[in-house]
Design a binder for this molecule. Sequence first.
Ligand code: ARG
Length: 477
Amino acid sequence: MLLREGRLGEISDDVLEFISSREADHRIFEADLLVDRAHLIMLREAGLISEEDASSIIQALDDIDENDLGPGEDVHEAIEAYLIAQVGEVGGRMHMGRSRNDEVATCIRLALRGEILDLMEEVLSLIETIWRRGAENRETLSPGFTHTQHAQPTTLAHHLIAHGDALARDLERLVDAYARLNKSPLGSAAFASTGFPIDRRRTCELLGFDGLIENSMDAVSTRDFILEALSALSIQMVTLSRLAEELILWSTTEFAYIEIDDLFASTSSIMPQKKNPDTAELVRAKAGSVLGSLAAALAICKALPLSYNRDLQEVTPHLWRALSWTRGSTRIMDGCMESVRFDVDRLEKSAGAGFSTATELADSLVRSTGIPFRKAHRIVGALAATGDLPGIEDLDRAGEPLGIRPSEMGFGERELEEALDPRRNVERRDQPGGPAPAETSRMLLVREEQLLQYRSRVGEMREKVERALLQLRGISS
Ligand code: ARG
């Protein structure tokens, strides 16, 4: 084993397997090749390695196939051992002025930023789908709930914009996390930096990072960028889980507001009639797994003294798993929302169920008669207790204990009819952010523009990284 030769004896298979990160290192293999390449080019430019030695190592790097790697504690050791086997002992020159500690931190940041860029695009696509379904349903009345009880009528557009807005904030959290994660720890070596005249800014630039994690001790010790990414993923998964929960609930026979497309449903091995919302259920469950990853990562980091500790190796797999779950869930929800069928008739009938117009009735009483809202609330509350939709005489009777006869105070049949009409309820709620179709149309227009801005922002971030890596790969060996 390359690294043990000088200092330690043989290692057993059992111990090697226990300490190895090889399985998870698959996720940073490509990143490691880029980091090695950038480091070698910098060493060559700084005159720390000869043109000839650098070029033979870089050529061997270009030809590496992951499957050819031999054993090792991690991918860094395995790559170095492979290079030495290929080009001879000059391969051992690559590791001057660095350590696996700054190397692994750099690799994780590099691989993570690629995944976050992909996730941002997946989230954008989901937001676009949800808002588009909203735009198709500006006029579709739907029941609004609090406590899962009918509360007030709203529209499907209003409801869907809400989910899209939550996801837009989730996207912004990813953008914020990206700003802190796309920084270079490379050149910090074990933690004390190095006495070789390396050029940290050059490797930073070659790898497309936006700056340095300056303090070399901080640079190798911190995994706060993982904690921040996992926090953003966790919050996003809570958003997706709440959306999934509604798909599950709304597809039951009891609600029957939607039909999930067959593609996203499963059936039962025994009950032939069953159509189950399994994909939505798994999104709901994976949210739990992602939250668990965040909790695990926080717990691993919380009591570590500076600087590097091997415990840190145990954090990374939680990140990769959480990313896979979140990205998978985002894509599945996109397909689900794209194809879900809304039962518009049923939604509209249900919009007025459970005396959901009671709030507007109280509001209308205030508007027409000038009585204080609390009194109107009491009158309508007394009516609601009877269970039937009220007529004008019922209103007068309910007002009696308070000495109020609405019918003699400007509140007639026409006012009552309007107040009890779910569509009028919705039209009246035209304050900023309300469900009135005119207002949701305005909101959707603003969001269309917002989507374009998000897209160009994410596009710029990706371009910057891709331009740097293209140049790096183009630098000849
Ligand atoms: N596989 C290790 C990790 O993921 C790489 C760094 C090892 N460094 C060390 N000093 N043992 O953290």
